[in-house]
Write a protein that binds this ligand. Structure first.
Ligand SMILES: Cc1cc2nc3c(=O)[nH]c(=O)nc-3n(C[C@H](O)[C@H](O)[C@H](O)COP(=O)(O)OP(=O)(O)OC[C@H]3O[C@@H](n4cnc5c(N)ncnc54)[C@H](O)[C@@H]3O)c2cc1C
Length: 301
């Protein structure tokens, strides 16, 4: 978000880092485009609860006189953005996939009608709050250094009413799909959950992460955390290998910004070939193991 914000006109770009034990991230924000970083580092902000963060951010926006607040989407960020919009009586545009300045005004791009069209959205007044699909922008290191400002943490009584009772994490092996540079994704063409082993093996050979389509997640073949697409995650790896995936628009919107897309599908008319850089028409049960074998041979392992 910082990298993108830094490309939008000449306005000051500030980062806000809110949490517990997070102060060391300030320099990282400076390196990615923030000229100032507000730090709110307090044990009261340890749990991922929205209202304490709304208190802190509302104050930062007021103290700093900011006219725009950008969030990368997550469950927590969506809660915080909505709370902040209510607190500041501000407009919130969500699910954006781009931002630009048109005649000096901020314009957001938002997919609509099942992601089949893009619409331009704006704000009637300020502050302008935006929630952007995660993984939309590339982080760009600008090498700058930020001025660090400590923000006081003063919470409203009502903001401390909710407490986190328990946190549990799904166990996951290997890199997460949001961070992975290489993703091997499986679809219904695998034929059954047991055949995800083929996808996992190719991902292991390439050093990548495993993703899935909604069809196979809904069928219980793979966990939801791996779903790419409109109702899953947005990813933009260097390489996306789609195995047995038809390329429905709802899947495409989550992976189309990948640098190189390779599709393996037995149907030469599958829509995925329309936006792949390289297509293999064939049975994935033969192609995928062979590919994993070739990758391993090339890597000399
Ligand atoms: C509101 C809404 C939201 C949605 N959100 C998402 C989302 O977030 N993510 C998502 O992925 N989908 C989403 N969908 C579903 C989407 O429309 C598709 O149904 C889904 O992406 C299809 O998954 P698939 O490609 O695995 O299966 P299919 O469309 O069934 O495609 C399977 C492909 O495998 C090929 N195949 C079959 N056997 C083999 C073989 N042996 N070798 C090689 N190829 C083979 C077939 O030719 C076919 O192209 C959403 C739908 C709706 C309505």
């Amino acid at each position: 978000m910082l990298s993108k914000a830094a490309t939008l006109g000449d306005a000051e770009v500030a980062g806000a880092i809110v949490g517990a034990g997070i102060a060391s991230l300030a320099q990282e924000a400076g390196r990615h485009g923030a000229s100032k970083v507000w730090i709110a580092d307090d044990p009261a902000l340890d749990s991922p609860l929205p209202q304490p963060r709304v208190d802190v951010l509302a104050r930062i926006v007021r103290d700093g006189g900011y006219d725009t607040v950008l969030f990368a989407a997550s469950v927590l960020a969506a809660d915080v953005a909505a709370g902040l919009a209510a607190r500041l009586e501000a407009g919130l545009n969500w699910d954006l996939v781009d931002l630009s300045l048109v005649d000096g005004r901020l314009v957001g791009t938002r997919p609509a009608l099942g992601d089949s069209v893009y619409v331009d959205v704006g704000w009637k007044g300020g502050p302008q709050i935006a929630l952007i699909r995660s993984g939309t922008f590339e982080p760009v290191a600008t090498g700058g250094e930020a001025e660090v400002v400590q923000s006081p943490v003063e919470l409203e009584d009502f903001s401390t009413k909710a407490t986190m009772l328990e946190r549990a994490h799904a166990e996951q092996a290997g890199p997460s799909i949001e961070d992975a540079e290489i993703i091997v994704a499986g679809g219904r063409g695998l034929g059954g959950p047991e055949n995800f082993a083929l996808v996992e093996d190719l991902a292991k050979a390439l050093g990548g992460a495993v993703a899935a389509t909604r069809a196979v997640v809904d069928a219980g073949w793979y966990p939801y955390s791996a779903q790419v697409g409109q109702t899953g995650k947005n990813v933009s790896p260097k390489l996306y290998v789609a195995c047995g995936i038809s390329g429905a628009i709802q899947h495409k919107v989550g992976m189309q910004s990948s640098n190189t897309i390779v599709a393996i599908n037995k149907d030469p008319n599958a829509p995925i070939f329309e936006f792949s850089d390289l297509g293999v028409v064939g049975d994935l049960h033969q192609v995928v193991p062979k590919l994993a074998e070739l990758v391993r041979a090339r890597k000399g392992a």
